[in-house]
Write a protein that binds this ligand. Structure first.
Ligand code: SF4
Ligand code: SF4
Length: 366
């Protein structure tokens, strides 16, 4: 199996509907180039992703010609019965007979608790025994320490899906490298999600772009991001949520004859990450001086490191996981103590207010 997967998370839309003709053409180009791995989830594209995958792939190609992964998105579920019903609905919606890989979705401080409450690990083991799942996995968005705990408690997990890209590699909130190393220490193959960080690593600041162009004038920004993500030992698959034929063709050029990065290229990625970091919306360096006298103990640098280019919804899950064990951004009482200590002169209270307005009000979360 080639190491590049088509993520059905950011499909092209025509008004309210998935642009299914374009998705079919993209699937055809993907398959013609020898790629076979597809990733979806029950709730992707407001529930339209799985039906689109059926129409564009399952109904048009023999079952053995592709590898299909979906996920148990149990975060909003309240009973084991609901888990059964959603799983049955997924198989029906996709019409695929079985899942090659089935992941417990978005495990972290919040959803791991839900998975234990609903006995989701036993549930997927049972479905595997029934032949409806070939391989069990998790997708994970939290700290390496928790990943270690989950993998130690559940040796039935065969594969781990992680957010890996050169900007998050050393990020202390996302912990790409530490999570990757933890998964590998447990001997698990890794599937990469967000290698381009929701498009952030395509639209680069000029200094970062020049760095890459001076080394390889014709290589796209996306190709640097994909090659970084795919090049580490034990990476089974790199997913890209493509929504245009141009993205598909560019990514195929990179991944068809995949070349791991050499030392110089890896160093350039680290340098580019520094340049991107320097252009961030909130230029927080993570020094932590602001927290010393915060009466509410708000983890200010941790929250700020999640939002390098504005308050992207892709980071929402990390924020919610952190709020399970820390005060929320909205708990700030605007005493401004923190701002007196910030060497970067960041308007901390304003940014916390913006994060709170965007994410604390979300009612769907358990
Ligand atoms: S303004 Fe908010 S974040 Fe800053 S010290 Fe006061 S409570 Fe803490
Ligand atoms: S003091 Fe300023 S730069 Fe340092 S962690 Fe706090 S917000 Fe970031």
């Amino acid at each position: 199996m080639k190491n590049f997967g088509f993520g059905f998370m950011r499909l092209p839309f025509d008004g309210d509907k998935v642009d299914i003709d374009l998705v079919k053409r993209m699937v055809d180009v993907f398959m013609e180039n020898g790629f076979t791995y597809f990733d979806t989830a029950y709730k992707y594209c407001r529930g339209l992703s799985e039906p689109a995958l059926r129409e564009a792939l399952v109904d048009r190609y023999p079952r053995e010609s592709y590898v299909l992964t979906s996920k148990l998105s149990n975060e909003f579920m309240h009973s084991r019965q609901e888990q059964e019903e959603v799983f049955a609905d997924q198989l029906k919606r996709l019409g695929c007979g079985y899942f090659d890989y089935y992941l417990l979705h978005n495990q972290g401080a919040v959803n791991y608790k839900v998975s234990l409450e609903l006995d989701s690990f036993a549930f997927v083991r049972q479905k595997k025994a029934e032949g409806k799942i070939r391989h069990i996995g998790i997708s994970f968005h939290d700290k390496a320490e928790l990943l270690d705990e989950i993998l130690s408690a559940h040796p039935e997990i065969e594969v781990v899906q992680l957010q890996i890209n050169y900007l998050d590699w050393e990020n202390e909130s996302i912990q790409s490298r530490k999570c990757y190393e933890t998964a590998r220490r447990h001997g698990k193959p890794v599937i990469v999600m967000e290698p381009i960080k929701g498009g952030t690593l395509v639209n680069l600041p000029r200094e970062a772009e020049e760095l890459f162009r001076s080394y390889a004038p014709d290589a796209s920004s996306a190709s640097w991001a994909l090659r970084f993500a795919a090049g580490h030992e034990g990476i089974m698959m790199v997913l890209s949520g493509m929504n245009s034929m141009e993205q598909m063709e560019d990514n195929i050029r990179t991944m068809k004859d995949f070349r791991p990065m050499n030392g110089e290229e890896l160093r350039l990625c680290a340098k580019a990450a520094d340049k991107i970091q320097a252009n961030l919306t909130i230029p927080c360096t993570g020094c932590g001086y602001c927290m010393v006298q915060c009466p509410k103990h708000i983890p200010i640098p941790e929250y700020f490191s999640l939002f390098p280019h504005g308050y992207m919804t892709t980071q929402m899950v990390y924020y919610y996981n952190l709020t399970q064990t820390h005060p929320k951004a909205g708990d700030c009482i605007s005493c401004h103590q923190c701002e007196k200590h910030c060497p970067q002169h960041i308007e901390i209270t304003r940014h916390l207010r913006e994060i709170s307005e965007k994410f604390d009000a979300f009612k769907g979360w358990r």
